[in-house]
Design a protein around this ligand. Structure first.
Ligand code: G3P
Ligand code: CA
Length: 242
């Protein structure tokens, strides 16, 4: 049955990419999380979507220009009442020792190069023995190929917005076991074609009920949604159908 991945955690309700959003996604019964990582000035992998801290935190400036201690002083939970620091990837992987979630780590290195990011992420995933519960994705396909070459035991998945022709052929050519397409760029036929060729398909970002139903009805591998509570409820209803 289609797996439900919480996009930036349960971001429909909680501040995106915070421990609160991840804990809420786990409580909702999601199968997995999707989160974004950037690199601080002193080489810490931190969980934040944008290259700059402005939109999601109380701070201002580029992630790459702050040390980890500096960036932790900003409030990453502007949506909530309680202040919360931006999580490090270490913190998330430590927490994953106490649950069974799968974690899709999106390397946000398609705009800034973040030299050494791949090795740092792999080192952490291995340290916490999570190679079989992590999927590394990126719009930077050179980066995920580098990950595969360094750590073939960790699954990789290219992210893309375009309507690629036979994307499973491309995925196989870079040794990816899955693809993470933008929802509008894949038809049912493409999804089925990929799955029939052994390639997992996890479209993003799937929030509308009609789209969730569409993917459940073709038993798509997974869907990445801001609202794991709604998606889990719909999945349960779907499973009950005769
Ligand atoms: O990983 C799927 C999706 O998160 C990619 O786009 O901009 O939400 O990180 P974005
Ligand atoms: Ca993302």
């Amino acid at each position: 049955m289609t797996q439900i991945f919480a996009h930036r955690g349960y971001s429909a309700v909680f501040a995106e990419n915070t421990m609160s959003a991840f804990i809420a996604a786990e409580k909702a019964g999601a199968d997995g999380l999707e989160l974004d990582v950037q690199l601080t000035k002193d080489g810490e992998i931190v969980v934040i979507h944008d290259e700059k801290v402005d939109r999601t935190t109380s701070g201002s400036g580029f992630v790459k220009n702050f040390t980890f201690n500096e960036i932790r002083k900003f409030n990453a939970n502007k949506k909530g009442v309680k202040k919360e620091p931006m999580p490090s990837l270490t913190e998330v992987l430590e927490w994953m020792q106490f649950n069974q979630l799968v974690c899709n780590i999106e390397l946000k290195n398609n705009l800034l190069p973040y030299e050494g990011m791949e090795e740092k992420v792999i080192q952490l995933v291995r340290k916490y023995n999570l190679s079989n519960r992590v999927i590394i994705s990126s719009f930077n396909h050179y980066s995920i190929v580098m990950c595969y070459r360094t750590a073939p035991e960790i699954e990789i998945a290219p992210l893309f917005n375009e309507r690629i022709y036979m994307p499973w052929v491309y995925a196989q050519s870079i040794r990816a076991k899955g693809i993470h397409p933008k929802l509008v760029s894949v038809s049912d036929e493409i999804i089925k074609g990929a799955m029939e060729n052994g390639i997992a398909v996890r479209p993003y970002t799937v929030n509308k009920e009609t789209d969730i139903n569409r993917l459940l009805s073709i038993n798509c591998t997974a869907l990445i949604t801001d609202d794991p509570v709604k998606a889990m409820e719909m999945k349960k209803q779907y499973e009950k159908r005769p």
